[in-house]
Write a protein that binds this ligand. Structure first.
Ligand SMILES: C[S@@+](CC[C@H](N)C(=O)[O-])C[C@H]1O[C@@H](n2cnc3c(N)ncnc32)[C@H](O)[C@@H]1O
Length: 287
């Protein structure tokens, strides 16, 4: 394989919509179900109430939109990946969440009137877009004065256990694998520092900004294959990296992951891997 995987983390930094389309099924099956507890907590912290108009930016398969609809909000889910939104619509039908809607849209240029939502949120979405200040200002623009903006993003990659195990397994197979760049970090971690997230929310025009760092994502896996599925379902970059490996190398990575998962499980319960989260909330200033 050679050097390609070593630089894939930067080469594939901005995955196009088609790349997200390609992982929509995996995201829906392996990743999204574990998000519900902290998504719900973030919406409650943001003060979302029954009947509120809620906009989800880069909504994927409905990470925030489904819990918001379950709380009785009137939901519009937006994302630039049609396949992600198809999965969301299927869940809405399955759960009978009535009038929750979905529209394809780029987070940098929302096709939405000013001041039309009570709460606007983005979970692991605006976190990773290349022009985040523009996307944050768009979220603020479409929120009513006095309404709230919620951003849920990953904290430090060094504490993101699933990611660190995956990187370690790759390094075991490819000693030349460079891992994640530090400076600048991948876009996914541009607001991993809570102070950076706080400042960006202030710069976007929000007041009363808070960043809660007490929540963690809990990823439960029973095998190396399950951890592999989670990683490849979570972000196109993982598939791009392993796509450069031979089939034998991929099998070895899964085997190594399997040993790591077994080491962390007690044989009965699955291994628990956690990741720190930054839950940022601000209020749009009144007129
Ligand atoms: C990691 S997923 C998060 C999905 C969802 N918010 C959740 O919490 O499960 C990132 C999502 O951002 C979307 N995305 C990335 N860049 C985007 C952009 N510029 N505009 C709209 N959506 C974007 C992807 O299609 C993908 O669905």
């Amino acid at each position: 394989m050679g050097t390609d995987a070593g630089t894939a983390a930067t080469q594939h930094e901005v995955a196009p919509p088609e790349a997200w389309d390609a992982i929509a099924a995996g995201y829906d099956e392996f990743v999204a179900p574990g998000e519900a507890p902290f998504a719900h907590a973030g919406l409650v912290l943001a003060g979302l109430e029954e009947g509120d108009r809620f906009l989800d930016v880069a909504a994927g398969t409905g990470g925030l939109s489904l819990p918001a609809a379950r709380l009785g909000a009137r939901v519009l889910a937006t994302d630039w990946s049609p396949a992600m939104l198809e999965r969301f619509r299927a869940r809405v039908r399955e759960e009978g969440l009535g009038d929750a809607e979905a529209r394809v849209m780029d987070a940098h240029a929302l096709d939405i009137e000013d001041e039309s939502f009570d709460v606007t949120g983005s979970q692991f979405g605006v976190m990773l877009v290349p022009d985040q200040p523009v996307a944050l200002r768009e979220m603020v623009r479409v929120t009513r004065p006095g309404g709230r903006v919620l951003v849920i993003a990953y904290g430090s990659p060094a504490e993101f256990e699933a990611l660190q195990l995956f990187l370690a397994a790759l390094r075991a197979v490819l000693p030349e694998f460079e891992g994640l760049p530090d400076d600048p970090p991948p876009l996914e971690f541009q607001v991993a520092d809570p102070d950076e997230l706080r400042q960006r929310l202030v710069d976007a025009g929000l007041s009363d900004v808070t960043v809660d760092t007490t929540h963690r994502e809990r990823i439960e896996v029973r095998s190396g294959q399950a951890l592999w599925d989670w990683m490849l379902g979570s972000n196109p970059i993982a598939g791009a990296i392993v796509g450069d490996l031979t089939a034998d190398q991929q099998a070895t990575v899964r085997q190594i992951l399997d040993g790591m998962v077994r080491d962390r499980s007690d044989g009965e319960r699955p291994a628990l891997l956690t990741a720190p989260l930054n839950v940022g909330i601000g209020t749009k200033c009144g007129r």
